[in-house]
Design a protein around this ligand. Structure first.
Ligand code: SF4
Ligand code: SF4
Ligand SMILES: [Zn+2]
Length: 365
């Protein structure tokens, strides 16, 4: 049971670590922001990460994501991947990345499996080896070891143990990991954004080497990369039969900031930007949205607003509502209840979306 430092109410729906209730987050944005900044900075400092995005006036600028870091001498970018070492950027590059990978037999349980060429009947024969799900083939799941957000509910947070490891993978090693059973490559993480120059480079090399065969390129992301890189990501997915899975974590900007440490503005702009390409390849769907139903925070009101936004762009965009399990700094909250899931599902349908579903049903409390 956590208590809210603004209204002092105690509730099992208030995260102990965040110490803010949903009502206060919505009604007291300035106090929320101030306190949330402290919370994120304290936890991030424990990992050796900058408390907030560096803004050193004479620092080295990085424009790969919404954080637009200006990294001062000896300091690190918000993601922990780039350091200013005597005026030079050190860390990852287009040929050296911090990441790992594994093979996942298709169909996988990914956010898009119900509509993608690997998990459903969509896309055959142009983008899929089989008329049904691609049994016998594999997804190359690529797991970057850093992120541009700091979500208190992160379900993959263990990547943070590896962000500062010295070991880097040459781009050729990742390209070699694609074998004759690989039908798709999915970049998730962490988040692909801070290593997009490397991942896009790898994707081009893979497709060039394996010209003439099906190899889908898919992305799962918080969506806060630069617009320039977003367009390259979109092109790689569109032309290969892959998809982009955007996590739309919260509609209310203050709530998004409290939960993730970062604004949602770039993510929403980028999602809108991608929608313009939808007509050029309606099937398999190129853009998929998802939202984690965090108890006490991401309620039917949030989901309803997100769904209205998606609907305003195109009501055919698939939307996955994902069940939360207690993790990272929100491990004191319960799993998403069936009631919350039903309310969120109803709100998404009410907004007019044609393709909505609840994923991870086995996790519902
Ligand atoms: S990728 Fe984003 S978080 Fe990382 S250094 Fe660049 S601007 Fe900062
Ligand atoms: S964007 Fe995803 S990987 Fe990054 S901190 Fe948030 S939940 Fe974790
Ligand atoms: Zn409160």
């Amino acid at each position: 049971m956590g208590s809210c430092r603004i209204c002092e109410k105690k509730s099992s729906l208030t995260s102990r670590e965040l110490g803010l209730c949903l009502d206060c987050i919505r009604s007291r944005p300035e106090e929320t922001r101030e306190w949330a900044l402290e919370v994120h900075a304290r936890i991030r400092t424990g990992w050796g990460l900058p408390g907030e995005a560096p803004r050193h006036p004479e620092g080295i600028a990085c424009d790969l994501c919404v954080n637009s870091c200006r990294i001062g001498e000896g300091g690190w970018g918000y993601c922990g991947l780039r350091q200013n070492a005597q005026g030079r950027v050190e860390g990852v590059s287009a040929t050296r990345g911090k990441l790992s990978w594994y093979y996942d037999p298709l169909p996988t349980n990914c956010v898009a499996d119900w509509v993608c060429a690997g998990g459903s009947r969509c896309g055959y024969p142009t983008y899929s080896y089989r008329e049904d799900a691609e049994y016998g083939y594999e997804n190359l799941a690529v797991f970057p070891h850093a992120c541009t957000f700091h979500c208190l509910f992160c379900q993959n947070w263990h990547f943070r143990y590896y962000t500062f490891e010295d070991r880097c993978e040459p781009v050729e090693s990742l390209v070699r990991a694609v074998n004759e059973k690989t039908a798709c490559v999915c970049y998730f993480g962490g988040d692909p954004s801070p290593q997009l120059p490397y991942l896009l480079h790898a994707s081009r090399m893979m497709r060039e080497r394996d010209k003439g065969r099906i190899l889908r390129i898919c992305w799962e992301t918080n969506g806060a990369m630069s617009k320039r890189l977003l367009d390259e990501v979109a092109d790689s997915a569109l032309t290969s039969g892959g998809c982009i899975k955007f996590d739309l974590k919260a509609w209310n900007e203050t709530l998004h900031f409290a939960l993730t440490g970062v604004t949602n503005r770039r993510t929403l702009e980028n999602f809108q930007r991608l929608a313009k390409w939808l007509p050029s390849r309606p099937e398999p769907p190129f853009l998929i949205a998802s939202t984690l139903m965090v108890p006490g925070y991401i309620d039917a009101q949030e989901v309803g607003h997100i769904a209205e936004f998606i609907e305003s762009l195109n009501p055919e965009i698939p939307y996955s509502l994902l069940a939360f399990h207690p993790d990272y700094k929100m491990n004191d909250l319960a799993a998403t209840s069936r009631k919350q899931a039903q309310e969120c599902l109803a709100a998404a349908k009410q907004a007019g979306l044609k393709r909505v579903r609840v994923g991870n049903i086995h996790l519902l409390g």
